[in-house]
Design a binder for this molecule. Structure first.
Ligand code: ZN
Length: 71
């Protein structure tokens, strides 16, 4: 019986890890037309332009995290 319980715990752990990984893939950040940084939706640097982009894409394109809003 203990083995079954341990098995359930492992399954829960794995499914939780998968869900967490999926969530991080879907994080959206915002870039501007001119800047080389990506921002949170609430950052004041986004007044001129605000282009939503997936966090992974922003990193792939060479954007760096904003030092003000720390996305
Ligand atoms: Zn910012």
């Amino acid at each position: 019986m203990k083995r079954v319980f341990a098995g359930i715990l492992i399954l829960l752990f794995i499914s939780g890890t998968v869900l967490y990984a999926q969530n991080t893939d879907k994080i959206t950040v915002y870039i501007t037309n001119t800047g080389g940084k990506y921002h949170k939706a609430t950052c004041g640097s986004l007044k001129k332009s605000k282009i939503p982009i997936a966090l992974e894409d922003a990193k792939k394109r060479g954007y760096e995290p904003c030092k003000v809003c720390k996305p």
